[in-house]
Design a protein around this ligand. Structure first.
Ligand SMILES: CC1=C(CCC(=O)O)c2cc3nc(cc4[nH]c(cc5[nH]c(cc1n2)c(C)c5CCC(=O)O)c(CCC(=O)O)c4C)C(CCC(=O)O)=C3C
Ligand SMILES: [Fe+2]
Length: 375
């Protein structure tokens, strides 16, 4: 077998996601799961709960993960990659711990994890690793023999991710009225996080202010903007902006907010805008509410023509990128030196998060990294 099909030493892939409610009665318990110990103001919870209720209490994220799971299985089968794929969530069923228990019972000993977050940061990386450690601790307490769990490198700059985003932007531009298309701005949007979390994201001291989180987003957005300009011949000024801020108002979070940015664009006479949710991998609630509902209403109010481009979802090229990343990592673990695809200026990210990567406010065990208490 060659790199094209050999998953060894891995015997399973775990799709690890956020989870979301699937009906009105799920909303509150889901939000309690998400915010346990995170110090989110009560009013913010009620506000976010209302976003979900606007959509019947259903987040689309679980259905999107079922689609991605099916697409990964089909892609692996079509390419002779014999690797079972499982799915578990941090905050809603199917819960990570239950999935990992199933994997152990199925005899899986070496698990590779694909988190549905493409970037560094506590929320986008270490928190997933902490939950993996929590699941492993539970299984250990149940007397089960623990598998070894690894996590794929950050994939924000994999060509299968960035080229899919770029095609989404081009398709979105085509939906703008022709007279504003050529000069349309690109507003790359991602989840705001506390400044302090951004500054410490990634390997310690590897990046300046904003840390790996901002550096990776700027690298990805800059690459997409350049590819779009090349394809259209248009100017398309761009900026990285933020959305979905929570937390107390006196704590600084990354800015500007997308809504402020839309107002600024309007004030400076921008003819139109494409909102590009580059920080997210599927059209879940942060996209459907914060961009499609809230930011779109702001744009409408301003009279600024706006469209929102697609996330990578289960697009075939993104799914193929996952296969490439799995095979790359498997080869690396076998001691080979596989090619490592990456666009942009930063190069491929580390395979194993070093000690102190994306630190938590309160230290907690995290698996699948250099500081993992597990083998
Ligand atoms: C960086 C990042 C991503 C991207 C990476 C990734 O995808 O993981 C992400 C994704 C998501 N965030 C989601 C939902 C929520 N996030 C919250 C709260 C928070 N997110 C944060 C950051 C991120 N979040 C932070 C710093 C907080 C503050 C509290 C804390 O420090 O932990 C809250 C609490 C209420 C609120 O404050 O908004 C909810 C309900 C959903 C599910 C959507 C659905 O249901 O479709 C998804 C995919
Ligand atoms: Fe979040």
């Amino acid at each position: 077998m060659d790199r094209a099909t050999d998953p060894h030493p891995y015997d399973a892939l775990l799709l690890l996601s956020f989870g979301g409610p699937e009906g009105p009665d799920d909303v509150l318990p889901f939000l309690e799961n998400v915010t346990r110990g995170r110090g989110i103001p009560r009013e913010r919870l009620a506000e976010v709960g209302a976003h979900y209720h606007l959509f019947g209490g259903v987040s689309p994220i679980n259905e999107q993960n079922r689609t991605l799971l099916a697409a990964l299985r089909a892609d692996f089968a079509a390419h002779g990659l014999d690797l079972p794929v499982y799915w578990g969530n941090r905050n809603w069923g199917p819960y990570l711990t239950d999935t990992l228990r199933d994997m152990v019972r199925d005899g899986r000993r070496r698990v590779l994890t694909l988190a549905t977050s493409a970037y560094a940061s506590y929320s986008g990386c270490r928190q997933y690793r902490e939950d993996l450690a929590g699941a492993l601790a539970t299984l250990a307490a149940e007397g089960l023999e623990l598998p070894r769990v690894d996590k794929l490198r950050h994939y924000f700059n994999h060509p299968g991710f960035l080229e899919t985003v770029t095609d989404g932007v081009l398709a979105a531009l085509a939906r703008l009225p022709e007279e504003v298309r050529g000069g349309a701005h690109l507003a790359f949007s991602t989840h705001s996080i506390p400044d302090a979390a951004a500054d410490t994201s990634g390997p310690p001291a590897a990046h300046g202010p904003g840390g790996a989180y901002v550096a990776q987003h700027l690298d990805a957005a800059g690459h997409v903007a350049a590819a779009v300009r090349e394809a259209t011949g248009g100017e398309h000024p761009w900026r990285l902006v933020y959305q979905s801020r929570s937390g107390a108002p006196h704590i600084p979070w990354l800015e500007p907010d997308i809504s402020e940015h839309l107002a600024a664009l309007h004030a400076e006479g921008a003819p139109g805008v494409v909102m590009v949710p580059i920080g997210f991998v599927s059209d879940h609630m942060e996209v459907l509410y914060d961009l499609d509902t809230e930011a779109m209403a702001v744009a409408k109010e301003l009279g600024l023509p706006a469209v929102r481009s697609a996330t990578v979802g289960a697009e075939p090229r993104f799914v193929a990128a996952v296969r490439d990343l799995v095979l790359e990592r498997a080869a690396t673990e076998r001691g080979e030196s596989p090619g490592r695809c990456a666009l942009g200026a930063l190069g491929p990210s580390h395979d194993i998060c070093p000690v102190g990567c994306c630190p938590a406010r309160q230290a907690k065990p995290a698996a699948a990294g250099a500081d993992s208490p597990y083998a």
